[in-house]
Write a protein of this length. Structure first.
Length: 134
């Protein structure tokens, strides 16, 4: 059975516009590299980290929990942002709710509870997600 993050990747690939090039990366060389590289029709390239957390029982508990960004991932997103490279963290919890966070917020994302996650998310449906990213 495929893991939740793999199923998120499957859905992302299936929902992507036909013209988009979306590539999942399995990188064992560099620490912190995002899971996905994508290029849209306007030739805008973005990096995407995928997260598929289980929704916490308490609304005040951080959404990503133990599945949050590790320090290398946080540093990667912040460095990319400092160089003007667009990055995102795409999360879908086990209820199916989607969150798209700009990578510039990487240092804060692990602490987002559900209400804060909704506040910082720039898209919550597949159409808007692709409009924001590509």
């Amino acid at each position: 059975m495929r893991k939740a993050e793999q199923r998120l990747w499957d859905t992302l690939r299936r929902r992507a516009p036909r013209e988009a090039w979306i590539q999942r990366l399995e990188n064992i060389v560099g620490e912190g590299w995002p899971d996905v590289y994508a290029v849209g029709t306007a030739r805008r390239a973005v990096w995407i980290e995928l997260k598929a957390p289980t929704r916490p029982k308490r609304s005040t508990t951080p959404l990503l929990g133990r599945q949050g960004l590790n320090p290398d991932q946080i540093n990667w997103h912040l460095k990319a942002h400092s160089h003007g490279i667009p990055t995102f963290v795409l999360a879908r919890d086990d209820t199916g709710e989607l969150f798209l966070f700009p990578g510039e917020h990487a240092a804060k994302i692990n602490g987002f509870d559900i209400s804060t996650a909704r506040l910082f998310s720039v898209a919550d449906n597949w159409s808007d997600i692709f409009l924001m990213m590509l």
